[in-house]
Design a protein. Structure first.
Length: 76
């Protein structure tokens, strides 16, 4: 569980292992970027989509970009 979401991670997909620090980092990113309900968030090289998914309750839209097919499948 990360930010209240359950993730499936394939062997070659990138995923944050330090959940406590990752959640703190997301709070800082949100504050720094000024994400609000009018924002379109681009999660580039998103892996399993952890950043975009964890921040998805705030912006209007989240677009994840990833080339590793197994990671994209994990994000669904």
């Amino acid at each position: 569980m990360l930010c209240g979401y359950k993730f499936t991670v394939s062997p070659f997909a990138f995923f944050q292992v330090n959940k406590l620090v990752f959640e703190k980092m997301l709070h800082l990113v949100n504050g720094f970027a000024g994400i609000d309900m009018t924002t379109t968030l681009f999660d580039i090289c998103c892996g399993t989509g952890a950043i975009g998914i964890c921040l998805s309750k705030i912006p209007k839209k989240v677009i994840g970009v990833e080339i590793l097919v197994s990671a994209v499948e994990n994000a669904n």
